[in-house]
Design a protein around this ligand. Structure first.
Ligand code: PAF
Length: 287
């Protein structure tokens, strides 16, 4: 595996791979890699002849300076994992290399970016669009891989790709969970042992909310049930729980018609750690 820190170096490596007729897979990450990231890497390695993994903590997508400051940075361990997996290039630029000039672009991301994370973290999705569009132009991939834990982020990236007319296929990959159900996240390492011990209450509640919905309860009642149950655990506070349309991200007030799907997206504060998760609902035919 080659560790590349410059845009020029990346472009040369990708051009060489292309001249050998290899398709390019890009896995954008902010490092602190875990099995969730590695599932994206494995998928890219299967689909493509050449895989680039970027490791870059992107300052423009952090609306909270403390979150940026405390975001885990584990470059050596990340490189060991990527090397062992068989990745071709780890692209690890500095902030100056990624942004020689400040990026002032404002993307018209539309309604998908205005709700949930977009409403709670002003500027966050614009920053994600800035960095991902740059990475896509630099690495010129055929496919780029994103995890469904950040469900809304995928919709925003699809929109950015459409606006910028980038010829990249977006591949979304399922959430990876710990055996007790906790969705893997780089921020999990910041949980105290006490917070970690009760953290699975969140995915458990999402799952029992799905059973609640299957019992024929209204969408509003399922939202209340999930919110109230998570809030009843000490030290956990729901910022939002919305059940949304999986394409438009707009909150639903009623379940979709039979066979339709919806996604429940939750953000919970555990002390000063903010964690997100989601669950899919498919409305079953009533007999
Ligand atoms: O999901 C993330 O880790 C980041 O938002 C991404 C896509 C790597 C952009 O910085």
């Amino acid at each position: 595996m080659e560790i590349i820190r410059t845009v020029q170096g990346l472009q040369k490596a990708v051009a060489d791979a292309r001249s050998n007729n290899r398709s390019i897979g890009l896995v954008p990450t902010m490092g602190a890699l875990h099995a969730g990231h590695m599932s994206l890497v494995d998928r890219s390695l299967k689909d493509n002849g050449f895989t680039v993994v970027s490791v870059f903590v992107n300052p423009t997508q952090f609306n909270n300076p403390d979150d940026l400051r405390t975001y885990p940075r584990t470059e050596e361990a990340d490189c060991r994992l990527l090397e062992a997996a068989g990745v071709d290039v780890a692209f690890i630029p500095t902030v100056e290399e990624m942004y020689p000039q400040p990026d002032t672009r404002v993307f018209d991301l539309g309604p998908v970016a205005q709700v949930m994370e977009g409403a709670m973290r002003p500027g966050h999705f614009n920053g994600v669009a800035q960095v991902v569009s740059r990475l896509m132009v630099m690495a010129d991939p055929d496919r780029a891989y994103f995890g469904e834990k950040d469900f809304q982020q995928i919709a925003v990236i699809r929109r950015m790709v459409e606006i910028e007319k980038l010829p990249v296929e977006i591949v979304d990959c399922p959430i990876c969970r710990e055996p007790d159900g906790l969705a893997l996240s780089s921020r999990n390492v910041r949980l105290t042992p006490e917070q970690r011990a009760i953290a699975p209450a969140r995915p458990r509640t999402l799952a029992s909310g799905r059973a609640d919905a299957a019992d024929g309860n209204s969408l509003r009642r399922t939202v209340e049930y999930v919110t109230d149950t998570i809030n009843s655990f000490p030290g956990m506070e729901v910022e939002y729980y919305e059940i949304v349309d999986p394409l438009t991200m707009q909150p639903l007030s009623e379940w979709p018609a039979e066979g339709g799907t919806a996604v429940g997206c939750v953000t919970v504060w555990c002390g000063d750690v903010r964690l997100i998760d989601n669950i899919k609902y498919t409305v079953k035919p009533q007999h």
